[in-house]
Design a protein around this ligand. Structure first.
Ligand code: NAP
Length: 294
């Protein structure tokens, strides 16, 4: 049977529609949820991501502002801006688009965020809450994957979830989400990385395989189990002369060859990416709802 192509765009639109309804309800009570996005430097991919997040905010009625800083911004200046935004009641969420230019210490900058406005869930106190299962926010990409599986009816309970990649934004928090005792979690989780020997031994035993490596088509058909569910997080630019931009986006999964072997798979683009943005909107809404109940 042909694999189901998991439609991340549609699921994200459903989440956005739900968020829009709640935003209207908050606005009726005089509260407009707000998101501040900080973009440092001129990385073209980061600029596109921030723009898409801002457009998505507009779509659901969330106020958003982009704070653009130059490549050579000093750490203390960036931290000063974050502290100002921490105290600005217009903004319920603040995101710092990563990666930052090399001279900036990513960790100290993230730690300067008010954890209650850290809608990307990167502050150590929010990561700690994730370990404990008492999160205020759940990080966008991992919770987007969880929501996608939930909305499409792919159960994780008792399943072997194998995650390739252990970054702080995807691999590690995804592992923490899926090992929690609870609905749409409760999985047996394996995390693979460059230190993993015989990667295929793990990936081939995955009921659900999450690829978050950042290497085009590294997950080939021989690495996946027949009938498994494949979640492709990777967004890689590969040269393509037929495109005006000169490149196209591909995932970490060799989609064309894997699709015939599995029961469901996310495309790139149109899979996890839109869900990540939708979950950011949900977190901003939650943060605004929290302040309204104080
Ligand atoms: P990252 O910080 O570069 O982490 C990549 C991870 O993959 C690392 O843990 C690395 O292991 C592991 N890895 C690299 N080569 C490997 C190999 N040959 N075998 C096994 N593991 C390997 O990347 P990231 O930020 O997590 O992002 C991963 C990909 O997802 C990128 O393409 C990124 O653009 C994309 N992404 C997409 C979304 C979305 O919304 N769709 C969101 C975030 C990221 P070590 O730790 O040992 O180095």
């Amino acid at each position: 049977m042909a694999a189901a192509i998991i439609d991340g765009k549609k699921c994200a639109q459903d989440v956005k529609n739900e968020v829009a309804v709640e935003v209207q309800a908050l606005k009726a009570r005089g509260i407009t949820p707000g998101l501040a996005a900080i973009l440092v430097g001129d990385d073209p991919a980061s600029a596109v991501y921030v723009r898409n997040k801002s457009l998505a905010c507009n779509e659901v009625g969330i106020h958003s502002e982009i704070f653009r800083l130059s490549d050579n911004t000093k750490e203390e200046d960036l931290i000063r801006l974050i502290e100002t935004l921490n105290n600005d009641r217009t903004f319920h969420g603040i995101l710092v688009q990563l990666p930052l230019p090399k001279h900036l210490n990513e960790r100290s900058i993230i730690e300067s965020l008010d954890p209650l406005k850290d809608v990307d869930c990167l502050h150590t106190s929010n990561m700690g809450r994730l370990v404990d299962g008492s999160s205020i926010f759940t990080p966008g990409t991992p919770s987007g994957i969880q929501e996608l599986l939930k909305r499409c009816g792919y159960h994780t309970d008792g399943k072997h979830v194998v995650i390739c990649g252990r970054s702080n934004i995807v691999g590690k928090p995804a592992a923490l989400l899926f090992i929690q005792k609870g609905d749409w979690a409760n999985a047996t989780v394996t995390v693979c990385h460059t230190g993993t020997k015989n990667l295929s031994d793990f990936t081939r035993s995955a009921d659900i395989l999450i690829a978050a490596v950042g290497r085009p088509k590294i997950i080939t058909a021989d690495l996946v189990k027949e009938g498994s569910v494949i979640i492709d997080v990777g967004i890689n630019r590969v040269p393509d002369e037929t495109k005006r931009s000169g490149y196209r986006l591909v995932g970490d999964v060799d989609f064309e060859n894997v699709v015939d072997k599995v029961s469901a798979i996310t495309p790139v683009p149109g899979g996890v990416g839109p869900m990540t943005v939708a979950m950011l909107l949900l977190n901003t809404l939650k943060s605004a709802q929290q302040t309204s109940s104080e």
